[in-house]
Design a protein around this ligand. Structure first.
Ligand code: DX5
Ligand code: ZN
Length: 221
């Protein structure tokens, strides 16, 4: 199993002080910045485009940035996010007409590529593309908003994907997004996840380090 990565989701950060708040979450022990892109079309909310990601890079954020595209169509966004400084770009397969082509597009721009599965999306999208993936992201809430509760059916799905990854022999991260907190992170890791997105659990507390330290101590059990 790989080293665990904690990815603060800046959807729950203070947008008026985004650079400062992102840096604070990283200084508190976050490994990767999770960056939610919502388009009011694929999901019912509207957030950030590539210009804001570039502003974070210009501000001095050097940590990996994990772009979670909840947008449709996705292809025309990929060059812009890559150029702005994305490290990972993940998309929902239902939002792409040609999943294999979109994965190749991400890779051709030098980014790590991921597929995202909603709670009710079938894992069959994985059948022919495992060799092109750097990350598989399982949504443990329906996408669109922070602060929702973890859907328990995700545990079984995580176990299924963990087995698929291990059987494939490929080097693929298993990320989980939605309702992750110190109270459930150990059980989520036990089901096979190795990358944990947490928005409200971190940013809604005054001391981010206390939360992240608590998560790491649960993961170390
Ligand atoms: C939801 C987003 C998540 C969100 C998670 O659609 O993809 O990344 O920020 O928020 P929490 O951790 O509060 O459930
Ligand atoms: Zn997300």
């Amino acid at each position: 199993m790989k080293q665990f990565l904690i990815a603060p989701s800046i959807l729950s950060a203070d947008f008026a002080r985004l650079g400062e708040d992102t840096a604070k979450a990283l200084a508190a022990g976050g490994d990767v910045v999770h960056y939610d892109v919502m388009d009011n079309h694929y999901v019912p909310n509207l957030t950030m485009g590539p210009a804001i990601l570039k502003a974070l890079r210009d501000y001095g954020i050097t940590a990996p940035i994990d772009v979670h595209l909840m947008a449709k169509p996705v292809d025309r966004l990929i060059p812009d996010f890559a150029e702005a400084g994305a490290t990972y770009i993940s998309f929902h397969p239902e939002a792409s007409e040609h999943v294999d082509r979109t994965l190749q597009l991400i890779k051709s721009h030098g980014c790590k590529a991921g597929l995202v599965f909603n709670p009710a999306t079938s894992l069959s999208y994985l059948d022919y593309v495992m060799d092109k993936l750097d990350v598989i992201l399982l949504m443990s809430v329906n996408p669109g908003f922070g602060g929702q509760s973890f859907i328990p059916g995700t545990y079984d799905k995580l176990r299924q994907v963990r087995k698929l990854i291990d059987d494939s022999g490929y080097d693929i991260r298993l990320e989980v997004d939605g309702g992750v907190k110190a109270e459930n992170i150990r059980e989520i890791a036990a089901a096979g996840a190795d990358m944990f997105v947490a928005g409200s659990a971190i940013f809604n507390q005054p001391d981010y380090r206390t939360v992240i330290d608590h998560m790491r101590s649960e993961l170390a059990q």
